[in-house]
Design a protein. Sequence first.
Length: 262
Amino acid sequence: MGKLQGRVAIVFGAGSVGEGWGNGKATAVTYAREGAKVVCIDIQAAAAENTARVIREEGGTAASHACDVTDAAQIDAVVSAAEREFGTIDILHNNVGMPTMGTVDELDQATWQSAFDINITSVFLTCKRVLPIMVRQRRGAIVNISSIAAVRYTGYPYPAYYASKAAVNHFTVAIALEHAKNGIRANAIMPGMMDTPHIYQNISGQYASHEDMVAQRAALCPMGRMGTGWDIANAAAFLASDEAQYITGVCLPVDGGFSCKS
């Protein structure tokens, strides 16, 4: 029996932007392998359904819905659908994020605001909708995907990403402390240099080639390699489970030691 047996998890950002295993897709599948029923949410309906189909093909239970997480009405609709399908929500997982490139000189206000809408306002909106469910049942686990960029400069020209992911960390701590008395835990995961489809779509333009990107990012990691979506998924499954029942308000680096470097 898995560590999440009998739980219902809703994963925002459960699709993958390309071939392979992104953090959200790997986490949704891992939750299911640990016994949870999983509601897979993504802005792309096909990506959400692809993840749900993998879960069902492995014998798990999953539903899929499309949702723009910057739209409160769409969030309300998919959470309401999850309640109708599965009765409740025990685990809220926020995986949506975008590393908007551009220095302060280069960014305009609209682009800055868009980064905040995607990276932190989305987390506020999903928590605002799901927390009342968890308060009523006096239990729940929230896992927010932040970034090591929340706590240190990584070399990329994306101040909007640094600032918005730092906000995710502190928001997570606030939720954890405000709702500890309600039996709700909230933690964040800070991925380091990860080798997922996301980087090939959103970061590769900073390098001469894909091969150069992989080599340079791996060289930054004390372990000599980047992490994978499964590294994030395993950490998330632990934090969502009763094995972490006395852990809340933690912003956990999953980075192969990158954050320990001077």
